[in-house]
Design a binder for this molecule. Sequence first.
Ligand code: PLP
Length: 360
Amino acid sequence: MTRVYNFSPGPAMLPEPVLRQAQAELLDWRGTGMSVMEMSHRSEAFRSIASSAEATLRELMAIPEHYRVLFLQGGATGQFAAVPLNLTGDGGRADYVDTGQWSKKAIAEGRRYLEVNVVASTAATGYSSVPPQSEWHLDPAAAYLHYTPNETIGGLEFHWVPEIGDTPLVADMSSSILSRPLDVGRFGVIYAGAQKNIGPAGLTVVIVRDDLIDNVNSRAPGVLDYKRQADADSMYNTPPAMAWYVAGLVFDWVKAQGGLASLAERNQRKAHILYSAIDSSDFYENPIDPECRSWMNVPFILAEKALETTFLEKAEEAGLVALKGHRSVGGMRASIYNAMPEEGVVALATFMKDFEERHG
Ligand SMILES: *Cc1c(COP(=O)(O)O)cnc(C)c1O
């Protein structure tokens, strides 16, 4: 068996010990004689899996008591609709920051349910920086402000949290949750599709302040209704049980790594290795303002576009896979979430140097 260094933006690498534990428990979860995939979600066994995953996540992120943690389906894309439906009742207004492809999608979906005010957009400059908050045009009547702390496609990250007074702050943290410590108390809603930093696809984690769950749109689908889901412990309907279980194993793994503070150090170090490799050469380039470069997704282009295919082929031969950039931006992108070991990043930086020596 050969495991590669997988730089996929998502679904992404999972920690090997997590996969091994899931494998060991696959046929018989702790003496139950069945797989988690085969268990009733109402069983005592699954209830213990579910509540222990939530407890560990709460501990890791220091989630305050007055927040609910929901384990849902529908991805971050489902939340693009769920957020307006839950936070603005039968209609209203909200502020959105536009920093790239994922904010654009959230805005487009939001517009189906409410009046969207785009407080700032860096589209005109190719989304290469985060707009400073001093330039935002906030709507005093906004029910919330939505932003995307890490733009997975562009490789752009907010290294600060907006300060917007009493307006609830809503964050799509699909590609940055668990990458560093966070003051959850500053947010109204945090949501994330699992397949980047949490676990397998099919699970969506929503962390919502409990005063925000009681104003749902009367036509909202029940499965997207925070209150119904919260009242049912995220089991209003059958939850993505297997993905929830594996997420729990990932949370245990994060804890075993020393928690978010130690992962943050490691993540910053990993990103630094790659950005240094890019900046120290004329052969590679990253277009993002150095102040706003993502720790999780590192896009780069080659000076000679014609070499892209060769680069990807040779990288793959060296066990460095899924480096192709998003179809909308081209070039390369290395996604280096929590589960990507530092050795994988070093291997990529070394490969890049060798490739440049051969072809530069
Ligand atoms: C991947 C991603 C999404 C889309 O997630 P789905 O689970 O496929 O809906 C949304 N926002 C961000 C920031 C992402 O990285």
